[in-house]
Design a protein around this ligand. Sequence first.
Ligand code: 13P
Length: 252
Amino acid sequence: MRKHLVAGNWKMNLTYSEAKQLLSRIIDQKEKYSPSTEVVICPPAIYLASFSEHLRNHPAIKLGAQNCFHQDAGAYTGETSPAQLKSLDVKYCIIGHSERREHFNESYDLLAKKAKALLRHGIQPIFCCGEQLEVRSSNVYKEFIMKQIEESLFQLKPEEIAQVVIAYEPIWAIGTGKTATAIQAQEVQGLIRARVTKQFGEKVASEMTLLYGGSCKAENARELFAQPDVDGGLVGGASLDAAEFLQISNSF
Ligand code: 13P
């Protein structure tokens, strides 16, 4: 179902005690979050079990993972399965982040398998896409992004893709302080919804939640979230500050 959603991707940041402090600050301000926005935090995987316990009595804050494997169990040393995430009440899982595509060579097919595996367990994938600066400059970025979506997500059934959250994260905007303009975000996200409409129909496309990510902060969130196809944000650095994360979450 389409909704306003703000997810904090903590990436590989914070020691355990720092992470617990940040979680406490987020929980302390839980009454201030707008009830019409889904607020998700995605801490490092090693903290998920403890966080799941802490969040048991705070359903306003949802738990997300940053990655998963696509098998339920077995001899896959170091990996985490969707079944295991489900057992910790994880509701979302980021897949295909540009950092994983770059450092771990994640392929289109692998991401399709991860999306399907998550959906089998009722976990919503947050599927990332986005172009490098060279691709943006050479003006083939629209084709590049559509290919990322078509090659992975068009392997899903209509009822599956309707559950996927897509995050458009231009790589040149990630961690650089250089945010895409609201017009740039809307252009791409409007195209994504139009492409899904063409492939799967109006109903499926209108149910999808589309996020923007890349130097999303309190000072630019309001303008970004006001765009018709920007349903929220996937926030990196700014999500490590509880007050700023709250402000971003309340920017609709
Ligand atoms: P920043 O918000 O730090 O640019 O990171 C964005 C991101 O990669 C979220 O997944």
